[in-house]
Design a protein around this ligand. Sequence first.
Ligand code: KG4
Ligand code: ZN
Length: 311
Amino acid sequence: MVEDGVKILSNVVASSLPLHAKTGGIIPETAAREQLRLMIPTVEKALLESKLKPQDLDAIAVTQGPGLLGSLLIGVETAKTLSFVWNKPLVPINHLVGHVYANWLENPSPPKFPNLTLIVSGGHSELVIAGNHGDFEWLGGTRDDAAGEAFDKTARVLGLTYPGGPAIQKAAASHKHIDNSLPRPLHDSGDFDFSFSGLKTAVVNKASNKRFSDQETADFAASIQEAIVDSLLNKTLKAAKKYNVKELLLAGGVAANARLTEKARESFSGKVHVAPPKLCVDNGAMIAAAAFFNYKPVPWQDVQADSGLFF
Ligand code: KG4
Ligand code: ZN
């Protein structure tokens, strides 16, 4: 529950991560079933923590896409039902736009326009420029794996737990040496695209038939993290320069990475916005914030989950 797009009254997150950790990644059907089980209790808890009653709400925001269809359907159909029963406007939100608006939550100096956002999550790595609320221009994105996927897949090769991003960051903290020879593809490609599949292959090749000591694992994790961060920031800085933007926003689960924020602040001369880690990863408050600043209600009968939705 969010007030005026910036103040969090409650932000209850029901996570199925422990189940995905057991299988080393997300099985879409497991995620959807768990979401179905936890959906109503989560809405109830969010109301309870905010001390609001359904009649106090101005509107309901819901993620329409992109994402896993089973999970999107459960969220969208629940929101449509609540919109009908409570007689509240329903605002469908693009999940990627939702990540951008985590930067407005509880931020005493929120982003100014124009700005550039690097959206890096489990399924996306995109660069978008915004002239105003809702006025996004897509500049480029990954041609293969997303940055989060690169963390998750390489962590698995190192024998680290899912999700791989936090596991690699934790292991990397005790590194002594960084190997800068890991690939940073498309470095001088002249566009704003990313590619991470070559990094994954290089990590698999380097790790094949080897057993690593804890120190070697820490060094390898730090080298992977550095390669991903370098690839992301190389294109981000080029885009910031070309479009002459003074504000950079980091968004999505990978924005929780401390090395990414640190290196962005070292290398970008303007202001870098990044939400606290718990608001970078998936949460409901960011979707509510996006709905406040992009208020376009749609009759509930017309709202459809769309796994392929893009900007
Ligand atoms: O945005 P998100 O919560 O879910 C999607 O919409 O995909 O992002 C999840 C991704 C996972 O790939 C996870 O490994 C990554 O974000 N992630 C991190 C960190 N925390 C989460 N990657 C690097 N460093 C972190 N600290
Ligand atoms: Zn997300």
